[in-house]
Design a protein around this ligand. Structure first.
Ligand code: APR
Length: 313
């Protein structure tokens, strides 16, 4: 069986951590691509991960490059190229600088990997996914932004910390834009199949919701010089795995809504089935009036960003 090729655009914190995780999971051969001035550093990371293979019992092939031609034939492309946040910055503060980077990267991906499935992590991710989609003309099933996979892992962790139960058993849908307007749907959340409300007080649940919304900021403030990357890489790994192994996982992701949830022509986090065809479908659930109000609020925030980026037609 021919091995899959996975191109990671951006060999910074998330890109290199993801390269390590993909090597351990043996999902495909990897090209780690960054700017020419980072080539030495990318090569160093690749050499380090190559040696890890012996411990990981992995024979994945890795190469570093600064030339987009190296991504030719990639089945999956993950874009983490771009600036991360620093303390006191919102994701929206990254808009103009990261839009320029995504614009440059999009054109190269279109040229060298026109058939790839693309996962985008660069923030603000909903707007960056929309930009990639508009700039490349890729079909919507092949453009998927990282949002709910990460946001729900935070929710799951905070529930686990609050209840002293395993995060593995917590299931929760976190919809909406990847930012402070995200919507953890606590009504449907469970721990081992048991409704959250049977295990936690309303006060505890509210605390988890608030901490989930601000989890990225909490980490940025603690790190001081970058943003989350261990959990981001882990969340992307799940998405890559779903695509490559055709798992048909239900993972909230930033994808193009065309009428779903009443949202027209906007990338926003919704429950998405991810499989061999990328975005296989969006699952719609009925929202309560309160949830609908939160959705309207998050749609407003993402639309504003998309308009600022000059993408709304
Ligand atoms: N082509 C390739 N790589 C690029 C380009 C480009 N045009 N522009 C920037 N990069 C690279 C940088 O050189 C850097 O190595 O992207 C990498 C980003 O790495 P980090 O600064 O470590 O950022 P990281 O923590 O990985 O986050 C990347 O994902 O979640 C988002 O908010 C986060 O926007 C940020 C992105």
């Amino acid at each position: 069986m021919q091995r899959k090729k996975i191109a990671l655009i951006g060999a910074g914190h998330i890109g290199s951590m993801l390269a390590m995780m993909i090597t351990q999971a043996q999902l495909g051969d990897i090209v780690l691509l960054d700017l020419p001035e980072k080539l030495n550093s990318s090569q160093g990371k690749v050499l380090d991960i190559l040696a890890l293979r012996a411990h990981a019992k992995s024979d994945i092939e890795l190469t570093a490059s600064a030339d987009f031609a190296a991504i030719s034939g990639a089945n999956v492309v993950v874009i983490t190229a771009g600036m991360p946040r620093r303390p006191h910055m919102t994701r929206e503060d990254l808009l103009s600088i990261n839009l320029a980077i995504i614009t440059a990267v999009s054109l190269e991906v279109k040229k060298f990997a026109p058939d790839a499935y693309v996962i985008i992590s660069t923030n603000p991710v909903d707007t960056m996914s929309q930009a990639f989609y508009e700039l490349t003309g890729f079909p919507k099933n092949r453009v998927i932004g990282l949002s709910g996979a990460l946001d729900s892992s935070r929710f799951r962790n905070f529930v686990a910390l609050e209840t002293n139960l395993s995060p593995e058993d917590v299931a929760c849908l976190v919809m909406g834009g990847h930012g402070p307007t995200m919507i953890p749907i606590t009504r449907t959340a469970t721990v081992g199949g048991i409704p959250l409300a049977a295990i936690m007080t309303a006060e505890q649940i509210n605390k988890v919701v608030e901490r989930t919304r601000e989890a990225g900021t909490e980490i940025v403030n603690l790190l001081g010089d970058g943003s989350a990357y261990f959990s981001s890489a882990g969340a992307i790994l799940e998405m890559v795995e779903a695509l490559i192994l055709d798992k048909r996982r239900v993972i909230c992701s930033s994808v193009l809504c065309q009428g779903e949830y009443g949202v027209e022509g906007l990338f926003i986090g919704v429950p998405a089935v991810l499989g061999a065809n990328g975005l296989e479908r969006i699952i719609e659930i009925e929202l309560t009036p309160e949830e609908q109000e939160m959705l309207d609020n998050t749609v407003h925030a993402v639309s504003k960003s998309v308009i600022t980026a000059g993408l709304m037609r």
